[in-house]
Design a protein around this ligand. Sequence first.
Ligand code: SF4
Length: 389
Amino acid sequence: MEKKYLYMDWMTDFHCVGGECPRTCCGKWNIALKKEEIEKYKELAKNHPFGQKILEAVDEENSCMKQCDRRCVLLTEEGWCKIVLECGEEYLSGTCTTFPRMIQEFGDVLECMVEIACPIVAENLFGSKQIGFCLEELDDGTDEEPPAIDTALYDALSFGRSFLIDLFQKYDASCNAGKVYVLFSAIQAVKERHGKGELSREWMQDWMSQWNEKNFAAVLGAVEPIMKREELKAVQILQLANLLASSQALEYMLVDLDDSGLEEDFARWAQDQDDFKDKLCKFCRWQNLRYPLAFENYFVYSLFREWIPHEMNMERFGKTFFVRIVMWCIIQLCALSVWEKKGDVTVREYAMFVMGIDRTLSHSDLILDEVARVLENEKSIAKVLLYLI
Ligand code: SF4
């Protein structure tokens, strides 16, 4: 069957560094197993000397691998997988084989990417290259018909996503607030249109066409005064941190980071808001010069991963982007905390913050809902823009 493969270019460049990984994916997470995989290990145990050891490592009740000190029990000290060493890669579970690769299937289109929950992937955000995409048509060697989808909806959303990705990549970091304004306006407009059952590619094309250079310049002019209200911004960010801390969402978000010291820093920053404001301004200037594409790459990645919701469930449409703003804000605060102490944040340090927060948030609906709930009263676009660091 002929299929279309839409790739993010990070995917073809990615290589797992295995034992060299600063935070292996075999630690801290539960590695999920399918029923058939557990059955396969039971079969293996009948005729392979290491099979019994694998079975002992399986938590059948919770369908996952057991952990010890928050690491998979089959992970060696050097970071290698004992299943691969003893039995070969063909016995790895689907989760371990696939991660951090991710494929979303929309009819005959397969969207392929790698996730920033892997620190080596996250390092791409801080490079000097914009994210690229390529489309290939390939025969998957089967006669299987792709699952039926609402192709008109996919087409409309896909057009909107390409437009937004272009917009994020076309302008530099000084336009970030304008890009986010257009993104949130688009979410609102698409939701309304879809609610009326009138979302189509033509409408999307028409709606997006209003964002020509002249109108986008007008948006930038309108959001600039908001972004210049640095005192308000400092207060708003500290308030957000307090809100997240009081709902435990902040604790969840930081759970996968080593001692970031962020909670203590928040307490210190909150005591002298003027000082915090000055630090924030200096950090932003430094960050824009050192990593000019980081914000753009983070949102282009998010657009590709999340603009078209999983299984095209429009109930979820747009929800993650408010949370992404908060995630980026927390990532930046972690970076600010390091920068304050050392005057620099390395690519590896940044990537570890991105990975840690992403592992917690984008893989848990519970936490996503909790952060969304905290943000319920913050839906005015002007207020959300104040979180942009
Ligand atoms: S997190 Fe990424 S680089 Fe590290 S072990 Fe997993 S796949 Fe490999």
